[in-house]
Design a protein around this ligand. Sequence first.
Ligand code: 13P
Length: 252
Amino acid sequence: MSDSVRALVAGNWKMNGVIASAEELQQMATDLGSADPGCEVMICPPSTLIGFFQRIVGDGPIEIGAQDCHVNEKGAHTGDISAEMLADVGATTIIVGHSERRQNHGETDSTVKAKAEAAWRAGLKAIICCGESDDQREAGRALDIVGTQIRASLPEGATAENTTIAYEPIWAIGTGKVPTIDDVAEMHAHIRGTLVDIIGDGANKMRILYGGSVKPGNAPELMSVENVNGALVGGASLKAEDFLGIIAAYNR
Ligand code: 13P
């Protein structure tokens, strides 16, 4: 069952970080050392830093991921970056369908699905994001919205090995607001049920991350909820101390 799934704590740096930010990464790597942190650990910096960060973490416990990719392998797409290019500089994983991409770049479920397939094509894993707005939650539609997003964004061929789901209620991102523990449990159980319905028993091993205002203080409670197999962390992943504090939820 899902409790046997090894958790993942991933940091999404969004459009933050320059060369000097490597200090934070270095501190994370030093503090984690070679002991088992109790979960997988990943930092997804801006694309400009992926190659540099990969050289810093080497074969240590921190993986480096990306935040988005183009659906094509190459071509006339000024300013875009392909999954193959991200693989080339050492990314292991690509976040696709973050609500900031869906909202600010008009990405639809079918774009997100194509991007997840692009990640796989390049030999990388995909973290597929979903989550409802505050209006949708107020209207009692959160479960429906997220179920629909998953059905339309998950490509055929998704497995626990090539895909992770991240549930991020839009209203909890960067706001300091978090859903109640009961709401998190209800949503994650709903996502698990939807995944099992789509791909069968293998979905019991697929990670479902929670994201939205995860901090060291609330991580132990959030991470102990059934079907929560880790976190996708924004703001608190920028500082080594905070990010390590969240990882510590798995290390007690
Ligand atoms: P915050 O942790 O800053 O709320 O961001 C969450 C997020 O969007 C991670 O992808």
